[in-house]
Design a binder for this molecule. Sequence first.
Ligand SMILES: Nc1nc2c(ncn2[C@@H]2O[C@H](COP(=O)(O)OP(=O)(O)OP(=O)(O)O)[C@@H](O)[C@H]2O)c(=O)[nH]1
Length: 261
Amino acid sequence: MTERDRQLLRDIEALLASSEHQDNPLKAPLEALYRRHTEQLERLDRMASISDGFQRNVKSDLSTAERRLERQQRRQHKLSRIADGYQELLFERKQTLESEVMLDPLTKIPNRRGLHTELRRLMAASSRQQRPFTLAMVDIDHFKRFNDEHGHDVGDQALLVVAKVLDDTLRGGDIVGRWGGEEFLIALPGASLWAAEPLFERLQAKLRTTQVVSDDSLTLTVSIGAAEHRHDETYEQTMNRADQALYQAKRNGRDRWEAAE
Ligand SMILES: Nc1nc2c(ncn2[C@@H]2O[C@H](COP(=O)(O)OP(=O)(O)OP(=O)(O)O)[C@@H](O)[C@H]2O)c(=O)[nH]1
């Protein structure tokens, strides 16, 4: 209500109260009109204040809800960060476990399972690129006697030495692993049997002079059986031929290499 409206009401109130209008026939209906009007104004005031209160409540409910939502979003964000970190950790653990399952615990080179994985990859790549590859079984000579004479720990040391010499002598991209016991397998991608020959000679020469234990002249020798993969056979068949060649190398006196038929 404006100040002018208020003044008008005050004027009407004064006129109704004035003695000179006591007998005016308009006084009674005007008084009734005035009362009705002021009652309506009061009602309007009450409604306005109810509506203000309602609006204040709605505003405060809204800001409480907003704060709660923000808190929840922050919590959710934190939880999803924790979940992400946890997943990463699980993934790393899985990777570590998977790679550990593929490694020989003593020499840390691929074990038989790891070799199978690598050989499958080699097969696929070689047939795609139509390149040859050669497999060779490398077996320590008289290892039982070696163990018996020098003890199992020195035997383990010998296995480490062979693994290291193989690893050091091969090129990057070549595959070396422990097939089992005192037997190692090497795979030479892109190499024909003829091209692999100098490598076998070099390996055997190196092992003949490598000391198994430092400050000790103890050395060992290995026999090697090698086979070049034929395009129509599986790698297991190539390995079988290499194994037969190894058997032949043992029969022919050890510390030598033989090529498969
Ligand atoms: N120290 C040690 N010895 C092992 C390990 N795995 C297998 N051996 C031993 O390797 C020896 C293999 O013996 P054989 O299969 O008879 O072969 P070998 O004595 O090397 O004879 P040839 O192969 O015919 O020259 C066994 O005495 C096994 O106990 C190992 O992890 N550590």
